[in-house]
Design a protein around this ligand. Structure first.
Ligand code: SF4
Length: 217
């Protein structure tokens, strides 16, 4: 059974190497693999069973993985919301940036995939910290309004009014000058992707429509 595999701290998808920092998240999206595929993403068991890797373990796992094959980006993803572990995220991203500066590997980008609630989760503005070590931010927006957002991402009570925080986070990232800020929408969820696109662009972000089947934070 795939779910009996050792949990993947890092895994490959497309041209990217993805980092699985945590399974914790204040949301429970209808499209999350927490609710489907038994936490198995394209053959990788992402169920950390509560054993979140330390920063050192992530760095070791990356050193093992990055030398195996070419890659174009390293992505903090999860399943899980990576900003739940902000200190580890920042340490690992800084390490990656150092490796890039030393040309230890061919050029690559450092990307964060997030639900956009990181400021709320950490009770502070994390965007300036991220901007020092991350190149691109992909915010999972998914909805053109708060009611649709609540229906799709199903936040815990404390985050029920988080939609405006997500929009503010996107605007803040755009203002911070990341190389790219994407606000994405998963298709086939019942919302009109064009309405989400309009909201994304209004915040200054690039819009991206993702396949439901490949939905990844
Ligand atoms: S934000 Fe991401 S990790 Fe959290 S429930 Fe949604 S898809 Fe899953």
């Amino acid at each position: 059974m795939m779910t009996e595999q050792t949990p993947a701290v890092v895994y490959r998808f497309g041209n990217g190497v993805y980092i699985n920092l945590t399974n914790r998240c204040p949301n429970l999206c209808v499209f999350c693999i927490k609710t489907k595929w038994h936490m198995n993403f394209h053959g990788n068991n992402l169920n950390l069973v509560g054993l979140e890797p330390s920063a050192g373990e992530v760095v070791c796992a990356l050193e093992q993985e990055l030398k195996k094959a070419p890659f174009k980006e390293v992505v903090f993803c999860g399943y899980g919301e990576p900003t739940m572990r902000l200190d580890v995220l920042l340490f690992v991203a800084q390490t990656l940036k150092g490796w890039r500066a030393q040309a230890k590997y061919p050029p690559f980008k450092i990307r964060l995939n997030t639900n956009g609630l990181g400021n709320r989760i950490n009770h502070k503005d994390i965007v300036p910290l991220l901007a020092q070590v991350v190149d691109e931010v992909n915010v999972s927006l998914n909805a053109p309004d708060e009611i649709s957002w609540q229906r799709l991402v199903r936040p815990v009570e404390e985050f029920k009014d988080g939609y405006e925080d997500v929009l503010e986070f996107i605007r803040s990232c755009v203002a911070a000058g990341f190389q790219k800020v994407v606000a994405s929408c998963v298709d086939q969820t019942g919302v009109d992707p064009r309405a989400v696109e309009a909201v994304a662009k209004h915040q200054g972000a690039t819009f991206y429509l993702r396949s439901f089947l490949d939905a990844q934070d």
